[in-house]
Design a protein around this ligand. Structure first.
Ligand SMILES: [Zn+2]
Length: 376
């Protein structure tokens, strides 16, 4: 060993003693590890519009599936794919990631058969008021329509965007064209890619060009207001993998659209596909440095729907439409409570999600308006 190397070694030993550098700092290993553990956690919020708690917790609903006016003339198909003798069997077939992975490693709230209830606090049980409630924590009843103008209330994504750890690392991909108003894209400064807006507004690689072309040419059963979920997912997942946002919101819309169409088979298929996409996203998270064991996932919906024949509908006058659910995945969830399907009698509200999720990130949301309290 040369004199110089010995000197470097002595200096390193001194610095280690002072806690300035890590023991194996010569190759940068410790420094990297230290940076990783102190890095602010990531947040991914996923919503599937108007998906009922009944199907999430009990799977296919026979009172709907057996009716020709709802099963799209193909009762055998949905019975074979999603039928089963018990709630547990049917829900596992419909949402396998929820009921094999999240139920063991995360938390699932809102099973009303266990008296664990989640409701929207706004009186409208429609989409704009619901997403406003999720992201602002404030169920402002004057927000009463889906054509409401840009939202003046600050939201958690705009709040995170102002924090140094999240600055310019927040993005939104939504199938429905209202999110630029709901999250006030112009004021919050967050890129919001809605409906038929192409990802090429943000990225110009060959994959982005290809997805954007597919989106433009795709079938448009919901006209210009909403694209098929597959394009929203492909754009969001491509962005996640390549731009590595620290806070990402993905909103799928087909569960609500097919329900309004009274297409129960398509509604179930849309939910089943969303479950598969959540699995894909989570598997990527847990195999990617910087995301692994450092990412919170909130999965929820904006409103519920009616019972039996009224399952197609929702709104302030539809019985049951204010009943919703949510699920959490991520590190340190024991702070919130016991893992698994929540089976304790409780009443939670959608307005509590903003405070709950930002508290988990150690960045408690503050705003100019009242905010529902964290659930823990
Ligand atoms: Zn709807």
């Amino acid at each position: 060993m040369s004199v110089i190397k010995i000197k470097v070694l002595i200096i390193n030993v001194l610095l280690i003693g002072m806690g300035v550098i890590g023991a194996t700092n010569v190759n940068g290993q410790v420094k990297q590890n230290a940076a990783k553990s102190s890095e602010a956690p990531n947040l991914i919020i996923i919503t599937t519009d108007g998906f009922r708690w009944q199907e999430l917790f009990k799977g296919l609903d026979q009172t709907i599936a057996q009716q020709n006016k709802f099963n799209q003339g193909d009762s055998d198909f949905i019975q074979t794919k999603y039928g089963g003798a018990s709630d547990q069997e049917r829900r596992l077939k419909l949402m396998p990631f929820f009921w094999s992975k999240i139920v063991n490693e995360g938390m699932i709230f809102g099973n009303r058969t266990l008296d664990n209830k989640v409701n929207v606090a706004n009186p409208h049980s429609i989409s704009y008021p619901g997403y406003n409630e999720i992201f602002t924590g404030y169920p402002d009843s004057s927000i009463n329509s889906n054509s409401f103008p840009p939202n003046l209330h600050s939201n958690i994504l705009g709040f995170l965007q102002k924090q140094s750890a999240y600055k310019n690392k927040v993005a939104v991909f939504g199938a429905w064209d209202a999110f630029n108003r709901i999250l006030n894209e112009r004021v919050s400064g967050i890129p919001v890619i809605n409906a038929f807006e192409p990802i090429t507004q943000l990225m110009n690689d060959p994959v982005s060009l290809s997805i954007s072309q597919g989106l433009k040419d795709s079938y448009k059963p919901f006209k210009e207001a909403e694209c098929l979920d597959v394009y929203t997912h492909q754009q969001a997942f491509h962005y996640l993998q390549n731009k590595k946002p620290k806070a990402l919101f993905i909103s799928y819309g087909e569960t609500d659209e097919w329900a309004h169409h009274a297409h129960y088979r398509d509604y179930l298929e849309a939910a089943h596909q969303v479950d598969a996409w959540i699995a894909q996203i989570w598997n990527w998270v847990q195999s990617t440095p910087g995301y692994k064991d450092n990412t919170y996932l909130l999965i929820t919906t904006d409103h519920g729907r009616g019972f039996t024949d009224a399952w197609t509908d929702h709104g302030g006058d539809v019985n049951g439409a204010s009943s919703v659910w949510f699920a959490l995945m991520g590190p340190n969830l024991q702070k919130v409570g016991k893992l698994g399907e929540q089976n304790v009698k409780a009443q939670f509200y959608q307005k509590q999600l903003a405070a709950t999720i930002t508290k988990l990130l150690n960045k408690p949301f503050v705003a100019e308006h009242p905010i529902g309290s964290s659930i823990y």
